[in-house]
Design a protein around this ligand. Structure first.
Ligand SMILES: *Cc1c(COP(=O)(O)O)cnc(C)c1O
Length: 441
């Protein structure tokens, strides 16, 4: 079912989501407002974990927390038995402060800083995912000075091209992430890691892209990863314990998107990995995946209040809302498409399509170019769907607009999980150079 079809209409004619009246939420918490459906998040987590149980595969689901990194989401992920993948000191700090168990965290990044590496080693994370030759020496010496052995995984490029937006294609050779299997760089890195006293190679990792709808690229990548694990064992005598296949399962943003259920991808992927490992004599291999978007994407929506409605005769109607590229930069970054509904006019017939325009000072700040909506007027509550992933996570203070609040909804109950940023917080870090104090030029 599409996310906008999962909503219901209550006796007031308002749209409800996770049992909460969206118009009431907008009134209570203000707009723009990120809204997250807790049960929807849990359902996907359970679906993924269930795939391991059904296929008999050993391993773990890591929540790719760059999709949405807040204390509450780490709590939910931990309660559902997921690990977490973090890509920065900030995400690691957020996870640890939320009480997320360090041993279930892995640290990613193509250019981790020394303080980030040290922070991860001190915390005792499950693994640091090595992404370059330079990093091997850096992690080894950091581990030596802390007196620990660093468990590392190696990110490789299986050379798979997934049909998705160019910016999120990461499995191909011309990509800043990972080391190539085909050009021998990955094997060279394995040897380098093996020669380091303070490193232990525990796994191999790949991530072939994001918002992928086809199953085939995942299966091809799985074959390549098992082949590579086998050649690492043959040529270096190292038996890696874990193959991590990354994330990337597509979700529904518009009517045109028709992905499989996210757990269907995983079930078939695990089945393939198990079969290939068996053929290669790599029994006992553990598997990991790192879904991000598919866990939180469809579980979130954003509420806006309609302000000005500008009819340009014979051209277009612009319906402006109180948010835009500051809270959702995906449209301006990738040309991403979204679906919107008026939460207070759910029963009214759809009229001509108009553009949903943001409030930011860029003509490109258009959330939706053509949204079929009922007649809009100032004060309407507009819901934009599938904004749970890479929206709050990518939000900015462009135009010095505060970052919106986020509420978690569960069966009609709601609670704030991110406070709305205040104007005071916006100027908190501003300083005036001493020579500017004197108000003369
Ligand atoms: C972004 C990313 C993910 C998550 O991708 P989704 O498309 O959100 O599932 C997983 N692993 C790595 C290494 C990533 O960079």
């Amino acid at each position: 079912m599409r996310p906008w079809e999962k909503t219901e209409i209550n006796e007031r004619g308002n749209m409800t989501f996770a049992g909460c009246d969206l118009v009431e939420l907008a009134k209570e918490y203000g707009t723009p407002l990120y809204v997250l459906d807790e049960q929807a998040v849990r359902k996907v987590c359970r679906g993924f974990v269930g795939c391991f149980e059904r296929t008999g595969a050993k391993g773990r689901v890591y929540y790719a927390s760059k999709a949405l990194s807040t204390a509450a989401i780490y709590k939910i992920a931990a309660q559902e038995g997921l690990g977490a993948d973090v890509v920065s000191g900030g995400e690691l700090y957020t996870a640890l402060s939320a009480g997320f168990p360090a041993e279930n965290i892995e640290l990613h990044g193509n250019n981790k800083t020394l303080p980030e590496i040290e922070m991860a080693l001190r915390a005792g994370v499950h693994a640091l995912v090595v992404d370059s030759h330079e990093e091997i020496g850096l992690i080894d010496s950091a581990a030596a000075s802390l007196g620990v052995t660093a468990c590392v995984s190696l990110r490789v490029k299986p050379g798979v091209e997934a049909h998705t937006h160019e910016y999120v294609m990461t499995g191909i050779d011309d990509c800043k992430f990972g080391l190539g299997i085909d050009d021998g760089e990955a094997l060279r890195a394995v040897r380098e890691i093996a020669s380091c006293k303070n490193l232990k190679l525990v796994g191999l990792h790949c991530h072939i892209g994001s918002q992928i709808f086809e199953l085939e690229p995942f299966l091809i990548a799985a074959d390549r990863m098992v082949e590579f694990a086998a050649s690492v064992r043959e040529t270096c005598g190292i038996a890696v314990e874990e193959i991590n296949m990354g994330g990337g399962y597509g979700i529904m943003y518009t009517e045109a998107d028709a992905p499989m259920e996210p757990y269907d991808y995983l079930e078939q992927l695990l089945t393939r990995l198990l079969a290939r490992c068996k053929e290669a004599g790599l029994d006992g291999m553990r598997f990991a995946v790192e879904p991000g978007r598919s866990i939180v994407g469809e579980a979130g929506l954003t509420l806006y209040t309609v302000g000005t409605v500008k009819h340009i005769p014979n051209v277009r109607t612009y319906v402006s809302v109180d948010g835009g590229m500051g809270d959702n930069p995906r449209q301006i970054l990738y040309g991403s498409l979204y679906t919107a509904r008026l939460a207070n006019k759910r029963n009214e017939p759809v009229g001509e399509s108009g553009a949903v325009a943001g409030r930011f000072c860029e003509s490109g700040d258009i959330l939706i170019k053509e949204a079929p909506l009922p007649r809009c007027e100032a004060g309407d509550t507009l819901a934009v769907f599938s904004t749970g992933a890479y929206n709050y996570a990518m939000a900015s203070n462009y135009n010095r607009v505060p970052i919106p609040a986020m509420v978690l909804c569960r069966e009609g109950e709601s609670a704030l999980i991110v406070r709305r940023q205040t104007y005071e917080q916006l100027v908190e870090n501003d300083l005036v150079a001493p020579w500017l104090e004197d108000d003369k030029a």
